[in-house]
Write a new protein. Structure first.
Length: 409
Protein backbone atom coordinates (compact mmCIF):
# COMPACT_ATOMS: atom_id res chain seq x y z
CA UNK A 1 0.00 0.00 0.00
CA UNK A 2 1.42 3.34 -1.12
CA UNK A 3 1.83 6.20 1.33
CA UNK A 4 -0.64 9.12 1.33
CA UNK A 5 0.39 12.79 1.29
CA UNK A 6 0.47 14.30 4.79
CA UNK A 7 -0.33 17.87 3.64
CA UNK A 8 -3.65 19.68 3.80
CA UNK A 9 -5.44 21.34 0.91
CA UNK A 10 -6.49 25.03 0.96
CA UNK A 11 -9.95 23.87 2.13
CA UNK A 12 -8.42 22.33 5.25
CA UNK A 13 -9.01 18.71 4.19
CA UNK A 14 -6.34 16.01 4.06
CA UNK A 15 -4.65 15.49 0.69
CA UNK A 16 -5.54 12.04 -0.73
CA UNK A 17 -2.84 11.87 -3.39
CA UNK A 18 -0.06 9.34 -3.28
CA UNK A 19 3.20 10.51 -1.78
CA UNK A 20 6.64 9.41 -2.86
CA UNK A 21 8.08 10.26 0.55
CA UNK A 22 6.19 12.70 2.83
CA UNK A 23 4.26 14.86 0.38
CA UNK A 24 2.78 14.44 -3.07
CA UNK A 25 4.26 16.03 -6.17
CA UNK A 26 1.88 19.01 -6.05
CA UNK A 27 2.79 19.94 -2.49
CA UNK A 28 6.51 19.38 -3.11
CA UNK A 29 6.39 21.86 -5.99
CA UNK A 30 4.44 24.29 -3.80
CA UNK A 31 7.12 24.04 -1.10
CA UNK A 32 9.83 24.74 -3.65
CA UNK A 33 7.95 27.78 -4.90
CA UNK A 34 7.21 29.53 -1.58
CA UNK A 35 9.85 27.95 0.65
CA UNK A 36 9.50 25.54 3.59
CA UNK A 37 8.70 28.24 6.16
CA UNK A 38 5.87 29.77 4.15
CA UNK A 39 4.63 26.26 3.19
CA UNK A 40 4.28 25.13 6.81
CA UNK A 41 2.67 28.43 7.77
CA UNK A 42 0.09 27.95 5.03
CA UNK A 43 -0.65 24.43 6.31
CA UNK A 44 -1.33 25.76 9.81
CA UNK A 45 -3.66 28.43 8.44
CA UNK A 46 -5.60 25.89 6.38
CA UNK A 47 -6.20 23.76 9.50
CA UNK A 48 -7.25 26.79 11.60
CA UNK A 49 -9.71 27.97 8.93
CA UNK A 50 -11.20 24.47 8.69
CA UNK A 51 -11.75 24.47 12.46
CA UNK A 52 -13.60 27.79 12.16
CA UNK A 53 -15.86 26.37 9.45
CA UNK A 54 -16.63 23.25 11.50
CA UNK A 55 -17.38 25.29 14.63
CA UNK A 56 -19.68 27.56 12.62
CA UNK A 57 -21.58 24.59 11.18
CA UNK A 58 -22.02 23.08 14.65
CA UNK A 59 -23.39 26.37 15.97
CA UNK A 60 -25.87 26.59 13.08
CA UNK A 61 -27.14 23.08 13.89
CA UNK A 62 -27.63 23.21 17.67
CA UNK A 63 -27.30 26.92 18.64
CA UNK A 64 -25.75 25.91 21.93
CA UNK A 65 -23.44 28.06 24.08
CA UNK A 66 -20.75 25.40 23.81
CA UNK A 67 -20.67 25.56 20.00
CA UNK A 68 -20.63 29.40 20.15
CA UNK A 69 -17.64 29.23 22.50
CA UNK A 70 -15.90 26.75 20.20
CA UNK A 71 -16.36 29.14 17.27
CA UNK A 72 -14.84 32.04 19.24
CA UNK A 73 -11.89 29.87 20.31
CA UNK A 74 -11.28 28.81 16.69
CA UNK A 75 -11.20 32.45 15.55
CA UNK A 76 -8.79 33.34 18.35
CA UNK A 77 -6.50 30.45 17.36
CA UNK A 78 -6.43 31.70 13.74
CA UNK A 79 -5.63 35.24 14.88
CA UNK A 80 -2.80 33.96 17.07
CA UNK A 81 -1.47 31.90 14.17
CA UNK A 82 -1.36 35.00 11.96
CA UNK A 83 0.52 36.95 14.62
CA UNK A 84 3.05 34.17 15.16
CA UNK A 85 3.68 33.86 11.44
CA UNK A 86 4.24 37.61 11.17
CA UNK A 87 6.90 37.41 13.88
CA UNK A 88 8.58 34.49 12.11
CA UNK A 89 8.66 36.36 8.81
CA UNK A 90 10.22 39.40 10.47
CA UNK A 91 12.99 37.16 11.79
CA UNK A 92 14.04 36.55 8.19
CA UNK A 93 14.23 33.63 5.76
CA UNK A 94 15.76 30.36 6.89
CA UNK A 95 16.36 28.61 3.56
CA UNK A 96 17.30 29.44 -0.02
CA UNK A 97 13.71 28.91 -1.13
CA UNK A 98 12.49 31.35 1.53
CA UNK A 99 15.12 33.85 0.36
CA UNK A 100 13.90 33.59 -3.24
CA UNK A 101 10.32 34.03 -2.07
CA UNK A 102 11.31 37.19 -0.19
CA UNK A 103 13.18 38.50 -3.22
CA UNK A 104 10.17 37.96 -5.48
CA UNK A 105 7.91 39.77 -3.03
CA UNK A 106 10.38 42.64 -2.57
CA UNK A 107 10.78 42.98 -6.34
CA UNK A 108 7.02 43.17 -6.76
CA UNK A 109 6.76 45.84 -4.07
CA UNK A 110 9.58 47.84 -5.66
CA UNK A 111 7.85 47.74 -9.04
CA UNK A 112 4.63 48.94 -7.44
CA UNK A 113 6.42 51.78 -5.68
CA UNK A 114 8.20 52.83 -8.87
CA UNK A 115 4.91 52.76 -10.74
CA UNK A 116 3.21 54.93 -8.11
CA UNK A 117 6.11 57.39 -8.05
CA UNK A 118 6.12 57.56 -11.84
CA UNK A 119 2.40 58.27 -11.94
CA UNK A 120 2.76 60.89 -9.21
CA UNK A 121 5.64 62.57 -11.05
CA UNK A 122 3.68 62.55 -14.31
CA UNK A 123 0.65 64.13 -12.64
CA UNK A 124 2.89 66.82 -11.16
CA UNK A 125 4.35 67.69 -14.56
CA UNK A 126 0.90 67.62 -16.19
CA UNK A 127 -0.46 69.95 -13.49
CA UNK A 128 2.20 72.55 -14.25
CA UNK A 129 1.75 72.02 -17.99
CA UNK A 130 -2.00 72.61 -17.83
CA UNK A 131 -1.59 75.80 -15.76
CA UNK A 132 -4.60 77.91 -14.78
CA UNK A 133 -5.05 79.67 -18.14
CA UNK A 134 -5.44 83.13 -16.61
CA UNK A 135 -4.17 86.24 -18.40
CA UNK A 136 -2.71 84.23 -21.30
CA UNK A 137 -2.77 85.27 -24.91
CA UNK A 138 -4.42 83.08 -27.53
CA UNK A 139 -1.17 81.82 -29.08
CA UNK A 140 0.10 80.78 -25.62
CA UNK A 141 -3.09 78.80 -24.98
CA UNK A 142 -2.83 77.06 -28.36
CA UNK A 143 0.81 76.15 -27.70
CA UNK A 144 -0.04 74.88 -24.22
CA UNK A 145 -2.90 72.74 -25.59
CA UNK A 146 -0.53 71.32 -28.25
CA UNK A 147 1.98 70.07 -25.68
CA UNK A 148 -0.78 68.74 -23.42
CA UNK A 149 -2.10 66.68 -26.34
CA UNK A 150 1.42 65.41 -27.10
CA UNK A 151 1.81 64.26 -23.49
CA UNK A 152 -1.63 62.64 -23.30
CA UNK A 153 -1.16 60.67 -26.54
CA UNK A 154 2.26 59.42 -25.43
CA UNK A 155 4.24 61.17 -28.17
CA UNK A 156 6.18 62.98 -25.46
CA UNK A 157 6.70 62.41 -21.76
CA UNK A 158 5.05 64.85 -19.37
CA UNK A 159 8.48 66.11 -18.29
CA UNK A 160 9.60 66.57 -21.90
CA UNK A 161 6.38 68.35 -22.87
CA UNK A 162 6.67 70.75 -19.92
CA UNK A 163 10.34 71.50 -20.68
CA UNK A 164 9.55 72.08 -24.36
CA UNK A 165 6.66 74.42 -23.52
CA UNK A 166 8.76 76.45 -21.06
CA UNK A 167 11.55 76.72 -23.65
CA UNK A 168 8.98 78.03 -26.14
CA UNK A 169 7.75 80.59 -23.59
CA UNK A 170 11.29 81.86 -23.03
CA UNK A 171 11.92 82.08 -26.76
CA UNK A 172 8.62 83.89 -27.28
CA UNK A 173 9.45 86.39 -24.52
CA UNK A 174 12.86 87.06 -26.08
CA UNK A 175 11.27 87.53 -29.50
CA UNK A 176 8.73 89.97 -28.08
CA UNK A 177 11.49 91.97 -26.37
CA UNK A 178 13.31 92.29 -29.68
CA UNK A 179 10.11 93.35 -31.44
CA UNK A 180 9.36 96.00 -28.80
CA UNK A 181 12.90 97.35 -29.06
CA UNK A 182 12.63 97.62 -32.85
CA UNK A 183 9.15 99.09 -33.14
CA UNK A 184 9.13 101.15 -29.93
CA UNK A 185 5.70 100.76 -28.36
CA UNK A 186 6.44 103.76 -26.17
CA UNK A 187 4.92 106.89 -27.67
CA UNK A 188 7.03 110.02 -27.50
CA UNK A 189 4.04 112.36 -26.96
CA UNK A 190 2.78 110.41 -23.95
CA UNK A 191 5.97 109.29 -22.20
CA UNK A 192 8.57 111.78 -23.33
CA UNK A 193 11.93 110.93 -24.93
CA UNK A 194 13.14 107.30 -24.94
CA UNK A 195 15.02 106.11 -21.86
CA UNK A 196 18.81 106.01 -22.48
CA UNK A 197 20.67 102.72 -22.04
CA UNK A 198 23.00 102.07 -19.13
CA UNK A 199 26.77 102.29 -19.53
CA UNK A 200 27.17 98.52 -19.89
CA UNK A 201 24.36 98.39 -22.44
CA UNK A 202 22.63 95.45 -20.74
CA UNK A 203 19.97 97.20 -18.65
CA UNK A 204 17.55 100.08 -18.99
CA UNK A 205 17.96 103.03 -16.70
CA UNK A 206 15.05 103.88 -14.43
CA UNK A 207 12.46 106.11 -16.08
CA UNK A 208 12.92 109.73 -14.99
CA UNK A 209 10.09 111.02 -12.80
CA UNK A 210 7.40 112.91 -14.70
CA UNK A 211 5.39 115.62 -12.96
CA UNK A 212 1.70 114.92 -13.28
CA UNK A 213 -0.71 117.51 -14.61
CA UNK A 214 -3.39 119.04 -12.42
CA UNK A 215 -6.05 117.17 -14.38
CA UNK A 216 -4.36 113.85 -13.64
CA UNK A 217 -4.14 114.62 -9.92
CA UNK A 218 -7.77 115.72 -9.75
CA UNK A 219 -8.94 112.60 -11.58
CA UNK A 220 -7.16 110.43 -8.97
CA UNK A 221 -9.67 109.23 -6.33
CA UNK A 222 -6.77 108.80 -3.87
CA UNK A 223 -5.16 112.19 -4.55
CA UNK A 224 -4.31 112.79 -0.88
CA UNK A 225 -1.85 109.87 -1.18
CA UNK A 226 -0.07 111.19 -4.30
CA UNK A 227 3.54 112.36 -4.16
CA UNK A 228 2.69 115.91 -5.20
CA UNK A 229 0.05 116.42 -2.51
CA UNK A 230 2.10 114.70 0.21
CA UNK A 231 5.08 117.00 -0.44
CA UNK A 232 2.93 120.13 -0.10
CA UNK A 233 1.27 118.71 3.00
CA UNK A 234 4.59 118.06 4.74
CA UNK A 235 5.56 121.69 4.13
CA UNK A 236 2.28 122.76 5.77
CA UNK A 237 2.92 120.53 8.80
CA UNK A 238 6.44 121.90 9.21
CA UNK A 239 5.09 125.46 9.27
CA UNK A 240 2.30 124.65 11.77
CA UNK A 241 4.71 122.82 14.09
CA UNK A 242 6.61 126.09 14.60
CA UNK A 243 3.78 127.28 16.90
CA UNK A 244 4.97 127.15 20.51
CA UNK A 245 3.24 124.52 22.68
CA UNK A 246 3.46 124.55 26.53
CA UNK A 247 4.81 121.44 28.25
CA UNK A 248 1.42 120.37 29.65
CA UNK A 249 -0.12 120.46 26.16
CA UNK A 250 2.58 118.43 24.39
CA UNK A 251 1.79 114.93 23.11
CA UNK A 252 3.66 112.12 24.87
CA UNK A 253 3.37 108.39 25.49
CA UNK A 254 3.42 108.53 29.31
CA UNK A 255 0.26 110.54 30.02
CA UNK A 256 -2.51 112.32 28.14
CA UNK A 257 -1.82 116.01 27.58
CA UNK A 258 -4.37 118.77 28.21
CA UNK A 259 -5.01 119.19 24.49
CA UNK A 260 -7.28 116.18 24.03
CA UNK A 261 -9.81 116.82 26.86
CA UNK A 262 -9.95 120.56 26.08
CA UNK A 263 -10.67 119.92 22.39
CA UNK A 264 -13.42 117.40 23.21
CA UNK A 265 -15.05 119.68 25.82
CA UNK A 266 -14.62 123.13 24.23
CA UNK A 267 -15.62 121.99 20.72
CA UNK A 268 -18.55 119.91 22.04
CA UNK A 269 -17.70 116.86 19.91
CA UNK A 270 -20.23 114.10 19.36
CA UNK A 271 -19.45 110.71 20.97
CA UNK A 272 -18.38 109.20 17.64
CA UNK A 273 -16.17 112.17 16.78
CA UNK A 274 -14.66 112.17 20.30
CA UNK A 275 -13.88 108.46 20.07
CA UNK A 276 -12.30 108.86 16.61
CA UNK A 277 -10.27 111.90 17.72
CA UNK A 278 -9.04 110.32 20.97
CA UNK A 279 -8.00 107.08 19.23
CA UNK A 280 -5.98 109.00 16.64
CA UNK A 281 -4.52 111.42 19.19
CA UNK A 282 -3.31 108.67 21.56
CA UNK A 283 -1.82 106.51 18.78
CA UNK A 284 1.90 106.70 17.99
CA UNK A 285 1.34 106.47 14.24
CA UNK A 286 3.98 107.60 11.73
CA UNK A 287 1.71 109.03 9.04
CA UNK A 288 3.37 109.91 5.71
CA UNK A 289 6.69 108.60 7.12
CA UNK A 290 6.82 111.46 9.62
CA UNK A 291 7.73 111.14 13.31
CA UNK A 292 5.76 109.11 15.85
CA UNK A 293 2.55 110.67 17.16
CA UNK A 294 2.52 113.28 14.37
CA UNK A 295 -1.29 113.56 14.54
CA UNK A 296 -1.22 114.46 18.25
CA UNK A 297 1.75 116.82 17.90
CA UNK A 298 0.11 118.63 14.98
CA UNK A 299 -3.14 118.91 16.94
CA UNK A 300 -1.23 120.44 19.88
CA UNK A 301 0.08 123.26 17.66
CA UNK A 302 -3.28 123.83 15.98
CA UNK A 303 -5.08 124.00 19.34
CA UNK A 304 -2.64 126.55 20.76
CA UNK A 305 -3.28 128.84 17.78
CA UNK A 306 -7.05 128.34 18.09
CA UNK A 307 -7.03 129.23 21.81
CA UNK A 308 -4.88 132.34 21.32
CA UNK A 309 -6.74 133.62 18.24
CA UNK A 310 -9.20 136.56 18.54
CA UNK A 311 -11.63 134.47 16.46
CA UNK A 312 -11.32 131.52 18.85
CA UNK A 313 -15.06 130.78 18.89
CA UNK A 314 -15.26 130.59 15.09
CA UNK A 315 -12.12 128.47 14.89
CA UNK A 316 -13.52 126.02 17.46
CA UNK A 317 -16.55 125.56 15.21
CA UNK A 318 -14.19 124.77 12.35
CA UNK A 319 -12.32 122.29 14.56
CA UNK A 320 -15.61 120.64 15.50
CA UNK A 321 -16.68 120.41 11.85
CA UNK A 322 -13.36 118.96 10.67
CA UNK A 323 -13.12 116.38 13.47
CA UNK A 324 -16.69 115.22 12.89
CA UNK A 325 -15.96 114.91 9.17
CA UNK A 326 -13.00 112.66 10.11
CA UNK A 327 -15.30 109.82 11.22
CA UNK A 328 -14.55 106.74 9.11
CA UNK A 329 -11.62 108.31 7.25
CA UNK A 330 -8.10 106.90 7.02
CA UNK A 331 -5.18 108.23 9.07
CA UNK A 332 -3.98 110.38 6.16
CA UNK A 333 -7.42 111.93 5.76
CA UNK A 334 -7.64 112.66 9.50
CA UNK A 335 -4.34 114.51 9.69
CA UNK A 336 -5.04 116.40 6.44
CA UNK A 337 -8.28 117.82 7.85
CA UNK A 338 -6.51 118.88 11.06
CA UNK A 339 -3.92 120.78 9.01
CA UNK A 340 -6.65 122.41 6.90
CA UNK A 341 -8.07 124.11 10.01
CA UNK A 342 -5.42 126.84 9.82
CA UNK A 343 -5.24 127.12 6.02
CA UNK A 344 -5.76 130.77 5.08
CA UNK A 345 -5.55 131.83 8.75
CA UNK A 346 -1.95 131.22 9.78
CA UNK A 347 0.58 133.59 8.18
CA UNK A 348 2.46 131.85 5.40
CA UNK A 349 -0.08 129.03 5.23
CA UNK A 350 -2.12 129.96 2.19
CA UNK A 351 -4.51 127.53 0.54
CA UNK A 352 -2.36 125.39 -1.77
CA UNK A 353 -3.41 124.41 -5.25
CA UNK A 354 -4.06 120.88 -4.04
CA UNK A 355 -6.97 121.98 -1.82
CA UNK A 356 -8.60 123.42 -4.92
CA UNK A 357 -7.79 120.22 -6.75
CA UNK A 358 -9.60 118.24 -4.06
CA UNK A 359 -12.73 120.32 -4.64
CA UNK A 360 -12.47 119.77 -8.39
CA UNK A 361 -11.87 116.04 -7.89
CA UNK A 362 -14.91 115.82 -5.62
CA UNK A 363 -17.03 117.59 -8.21
CA UNK A 364 -15.75 115.28 -10.97
CA UNK A 365 -16.42 112.18 -8.84
CA UNK A 366 -20.03 113.33 -8.27
CA UNK A 367 -20.46 114.13 -11.96
CA UNK A 368 -19.05 110.94 -13.52
CA UNK A 369 -21.99 108.59 -12.73
CA UNK A 370 -24.40 110.98 -14.46
CA UNK A 371 -22.41 111.06 -17.72
CA UNK A 372 -22.86 107.42 -18.73
CA UNK A 373 -24.50 107.09 -22.14
CA UNK A 374 -24.23 110.78 -23.04
CA UNK A 375 -22.63 112.21 -26.15
CA UNK A 376 -19.33 114.10 -26.13
CA UNK A 377 -21.13 117.43 -26.51
CA UNK A 378 -23.41 116.71 -23.55
CA UNK A 379 -20.44 115.55 -21.45
CA UNK A 380 -18.46 118.74 -22.14
CA UNK A 381 -21.45 120.98 -21.38
CA UNK A 382 -22.11 119.16 -18.09
CA UNK A 383 -18.42 119.43 -17.13
CA UNK A 384 -18.36 123.16 -17.82
CA UNK A 385 -21.52 123.61 -15.76
CA UNK A 386 -19.84 121.93 -12.78
CA UNK A 387 -16.54 123.82 -13.11
CA UNK A 388 -18.01 127.32 -13.53
CA UNK A 389 -18.84 127.75 -9.78
CA UNK A 390 -15.15 127.10 -9.01
CA UNK A 391 -14.26 130.47 -10.64
CA UNK A 392 -12.18 129.03 -13.44
CA UNK A 393 -11.31 130.94 -16.59
CA UNK A 394 -11.86 129.45 -20.03
CA UNK A 395 -8.14 128.68 -20.37
CA UNK A 396 -8.08 126.93 -16.96
CA UNK A 397 -11.28 125.05 -17.66
CA UNK A 398 -10.20 123.56 -21.01
CA UNK A 399 -7.78 120.87 -19.72
CA UNK A 400 -10.27 119.81 -17.04
CA UNK A 401 -13.07 119.40 -19.56
CA UNK A 402 -10.77 117.37 -21.81
CA UNK A 403 -9.75 115.17 -18.87
CA UNK A 404 -13.39 114.52 -17.90
CA UNK A 405 -14.27 113.62 -21.49
CA UNK A 406 -11.39 111.13 -21.63
CA UNK A 407 -12.38 109.56 -18.30
CA UNK A 408 -15.94 108.91 -19.48
CA UNK A 409 -14.74 107.32 -22.72
Amino acid sequence: MSAVCKAYTCKGTKCTKAAAEEYCTVHINSMKMVGPMRFHQNQERYIARRDIVDAGNNYCNDRSPESWTSMLVANAILEGTHNRHAVERRMGPHTLADQKSYERLASKLRRRKELREGLRERENFMYHLRGDGRDEELNVRFERAHYIRMAETGEMTARGALNAFMAWRRAEAARRDVWEDEHGEREYEQFGPPIPRAVDGDHWLAEPPRERTLAEIAADNQNIHTTEVVKKFKDMVELIRKIDVPEDYRWNMTKVSKTMPEVIADCELTPKAAWQFSSKYCAADTIYDMEEGIFGKLMDSVWQHVKASPESADLKKIVKEELEMNIGMCAQGNITRVANILVGILDGLNPPEESRIEKIARAIADLRPTLVGKTQVEIRLAAMKVLVPLRMTAEEMKPWVEAIAELVE
